[in-house]
Design a binder for this molecule. Structure first.
Ligand code: AMP
Ligand code: FE
Ligand code: FE
Ligand code: ZN
Length: 282
């Protein structure tokens, strides 16, 4: 029994990022890469942005590759940040787009606060240098990390986090985010399903139950950061509370150096069918 492997490589990868947030590839580049890797369903889940989705649909047309509309939002729960994935929402919904624009505005303000902190630490990074690394509309710490490297203030991407901007490091700043309740509601009001992203070891069972009570539809069970034991644990929770299972690679590309995981993490197509079933039977 012990040497039985947990299956993590289904043909549907529902978690990846493009240049519209902190990924290195454009939507067409990512779609072509997914097709080459033999994936059959993908979701592009940029942070606080759905701006890459039209391009992704266009690129996937005629490729026999299904694109599920997606996004990744941040929420604050008991003082720490969790991520919530939204799938199948109407990404042209006006109030959704307004909320996302507000979150991105807050990301910009937070990047300015991080740059201020760095400047006070005698690291002369400018917002212009940060923005030179942003191709889309959602600024994040990965862009600041890239700028710290290109301006010679950090040796590499990972050192930029461990020395300066990672959680709890001297130039770290929180984002101001919605509560999980409001985040789940934002997604369901736009007709989508919400999933707790990569809970890892950081979410206690009590918090998990609180989240499930907010109307969460499922959990991202498959993620590169999840050990086989965590996969079994979250699969158990999903079954116990009649939730849905999601999963993906959380691929970013570029300086993150995660090319080796592309196509290696996903869920079976049947799990996506179950999502659709839940959506259309409600
Ligand atoms: P943000 O949403 O701006 O807080 O940026 C979060 C992103 O930064 C995550 O999705 C990761 O891609 C990246 N990140 C956070 N912490 C680290 C770390 N310690 N090392 C490398 N990347 C990190
Ligand atoms: Fe990211
Ligand atoms: Fe995330
Ligand atoms: Zn992600």
């Amino acid at each position: 029994m012990d040497n039985l492997q947990v299956c993590v490589d289904g043909k549907a990868d529902l978690h990846m990022h493009t240049i519209y947030s902190d990924g290195a590839l454009s939507p067409p580049e990512l779609i072509a890469k997914a097709k080459d890797a033999g994936l059959q369903v993908v979701s592009i889940t940029d942070h606080d942005s759905v701006s890459g989705l039209e391009e992704a649909f266009e690129a996937a047309r005629n490729l026999q590759l299904e694109v599920v509309p997606g996004m990744e939002l941040s929420a604050m729960m008991n003082g720490f940040e969790i991520h919530i994935l939204g799938y199948f929402m109407d990404f042209r919904d006006k109030s959704l787009l307004d909320s996302l624009a507000g979150f991105r505005e807050e990301r910009l303000r937070r990047a300015e606060r991080i740059v201020d902190k760095l400047n006070r630490m005698n690291i002369p990074l400018s917002m212009d240098a940060v923005m030179a690394n942003v191709s889309g509309d959602s600024v994040g710490r990965p862009h600041i990390a890239n700028a710290l490297v290109s301006e010679g203030h950090a040796q590499n991407y990972h050192q930029a986090f461990s020395k300066y901007i990672g959680n709890g490091r001297p130039a770290f700043e929180k984002k101001i985010s919605f509560s999980p309740e409001d985040t789940v509601k934002l997604i369901s009001d736009a007709g989508g399903l919400s999933f707790l992203a990569h809970p890892g070891k950081s979410v206690s069972e009590d918090l998990l139950i609180q989240l499930i009570k907010t109307g969460l539809d499922g959990i991202e069970v498959i993620h590169p950061s999840h050990t086989p034991d965590l996969v079994r644990y979250y699969r158990g929770i999903v079954n116990e509370y009649c939730l849905l299972e999601s999963g993906g690679s959380d691929f970013h590309g570029g300086q993150k150096g995660d090319d080796n995981i592309f196509g290696q993490f996903g869920i079976p197509i049947g799990a996506v069918d179950m999502m659709r079933h839940r959506l259309f039977s409600n």
